[in-house]
Design a protein around this ligand. Structure first.
Ligand SMILES: O=C(O)CCC(=O)C(=O)O
Length: 208
């Protein structure tokens, strides 16, 4: 199944348009006062093959549901990005990111002794089209990640790109300078708290 095509078929109204990217949550956005609860629903069938592969490779074997149950789709046009952030405690500490369309460069920031983000990234990761990035363990808990809002990635080489050895099509980046196109990322996660719809409605009624 062509995942990019299936994403394009989703209604425009499902997307949240932000000033520097747009995003879509499957099966739905997280709910509750701490935005940490997922209303129980299956992921769409066009993601089945990726979910099956992630399960088969054991990436989610220690997470609450031993499987991703939530996918955030981000679309970035050239020049768009995402501010450095942490994915937070609503999810089990594992994120599987599939990149489609353009490459991008993910910047990873460490925290100083006060828990604040360092000014400059410690590592840059080149995410190729059709690549998978797994973020887990210390990297999930102790670092922040972001994508600069640039149309051109520069200085791409074995010294500056932490995963250079794993880049499959090095020839595409050999000049060190590459224009970005539109990229779609799918981040697969396991939300720990899952509510049945009846329970979630009760919870929402209580609040109002
Ligand atoms: O697009 C990406 O690779 C990063 C997405 C991200 O950081 C997020 O969804 O929290």
């Amino acid at each position: 199944m062509n995942i990019s095509l299936e994403i394009r078929k989703l209604p425009e109204s499902r997307w949240t348009v932000l000033s520097h990217r747009r995003l879509l949550s499957l099966p739905s956005v997280l709910t509750g006062p701490a935005r940490d609860k997922l209303i129980d629903a299956p992921l769409p069938p066009f993601l089945d093959s990726v979910v099956a592969r992630l399960r088969q490779d054991g990436y989610f074997k220690s997470s609450t549901h031993q499987s991703p149950n939530h996918v955030l789709i981000n679309e970035y046009k050239s020049g768009e990005g995402i501010m450095p952030h942490e994915d937070g405690p609503a999810y089990n500490p594992i994120t599987a990111t599939v990149s489609l369309g353009s490459h991008t460069v993910l910047e990873i920031y460490q925290k100083n002794k006060h828990g604040e983000r360092e000014a400059h990234p410690s590592w840059r990761l080149l995410q190729e089209p059709r690549s998978l990035l797994i973020t887990t363990g210390e990297m999930y808990v102790e670092t922040l990640h972001g994508i600069s809002e640039t149309q051109t990635d520069e200085n791409l080489n074995s010294e500056t790109i932490a995963n250079w050895d794993l880049v499959e099509h090095k020839e595409d980046y050999a000049s060190g300078t590459v224009q970005r196109g539109t990229r779609i990322s799918l981040t697969f996660r396991d939300v720990a708290k899952v509510a049945k719809l009846g329970g979630a409605l009760k919870f929402m009624t209580k609040k109002s």
